[in-house]
Write a protein that binds this ligand. Structure first.
Ligand SMILES: [Zn+2]
Ligand SMILES: [Zn+2]
Ligand SMILES: [Zn+2]
Length: 280
């Protein structure tokens, strides 16, 4: 256990102990179940039985929630070991596993036609999560195949495929791989001094690591189809920008995607793949 986690564990353990056995210091600070739920408990003098039934229920609820409070705190104290998934099967079951302790297997792939309007059926993958921690029971989660590539990138645990499961990547996923490879060839963009990388406004999860800089020189005979300079600050991550790029294309002609221009999602200035720089 690393020092940050150890100090959090010790502090939380001491806090929980004091909260359960409430020493005088906690009482005078008002950190008791009675005090925290004062308005809901009502008056002990007016309704003695009701007050104590409520007090016992509140105490039981708060005390039993202490381990879950610990788990959430641990995610903040040690974000690199954050929770893989919170899967609520029923009102009373929440399955959790630490990424650092788990291994994941794709066990099934099912096609669903959720809506007749959708051109292709949705592919749902079933993933079985097992943990090296004997206290964590194995559980399954469902992931849409179009989000699988991103899930695999973000997960810090190995994913295995059961021998008989075939994952049908969408054209958009396949395009994203080519798109990334092309952008890697472009020169990086250096942020001006003092400017910090913000979160991507598309997914809010990864840093906004792209900047549109007009770099292409190929002058087009048709003025309207030329690229323009975008003055937006870096706002999008590469995956979100790639998905935006793919969504603006002729879906029937994927061979034309890489060579076409699309408007910047924020200011509408046209750009091509040569104009996308990663923020270095
Ligand atoms: Zn994003
Ligand atoms: Zn722009
Ligand atoms: Zn361009």
């Amino acid at each position: 256990m690393e020092s940050q986690e150890l100090s959090f564990t010790l502090a939380y353990f001491a806090f929980s102990l004091c909260f359960v056995f409430t020493p005088n210091e906690f009482r005078s600070a008002g950190l008791t179940v009675q005090n925290l739920f004062q308005s809901w408990l009502g008056s002990e003098d007016v309704g003695f039985i009701q007050y104590h039934v409520r007090r016992t229920s509140a105490t039981l609820l708060v005390h039993s929630a202490l381990p879950l409070g610990y788990y959430m705190g641990m995610c903040i104290a040690a974000p690199e070991k954050n929770l893989l998934y919170v899967h609520q099967v029923s009102t009373y079951h929440i399955y959790m596993a630490l990424q650092s302790e788990c291994y994941v297997t794709v066990t099934e792939s099912r096609q669903h036609q959720f809506s007749p309007d959708l051109a292709s059926p949705t592919e749902i993958l079933t993933l079985r999560v097992e943990s090296t921690n004997p206290n964590v029971k194995p559980f399954t989660i469902s992931v849409n195949s179009s989000e699988y590539a991103e899930f695999r990138d973000k997960l810090r645990a190995p994913i295995r495929n059961s021998a008989n499961v075939v994952i049908h990547q969408t054209i958009s996923d396949l395009f994203l791989e080519t798109f990334r490879a092309q952008i890697d060839l472009n020169p990086p963009y250096r942020l001006p001094r003092g400017q910090e990388v913000e979160s991507c406004i598309g997914c809010m999860q990864t840093p906004a690591n792209t900047k549109l800089v007009r770099l292409c020189t190929a002058a087009d005979t048709d003025e309207d189809s030329e690229c323009e300079q975008c003055f937006c600050r870096p706002m999008w991550c590469l995956s979100c920008l790639g998905r935006w790029f793919a969504s603006r294309q002729d879906q029937q002609r994927p061979e034309t995607w890489l060579s076409s221009r699309v408007p910047c999602p924020t200011c509408r200035a046209k750009f091509c793949v040569l104009d996308i720089c990663t923020v270095g």
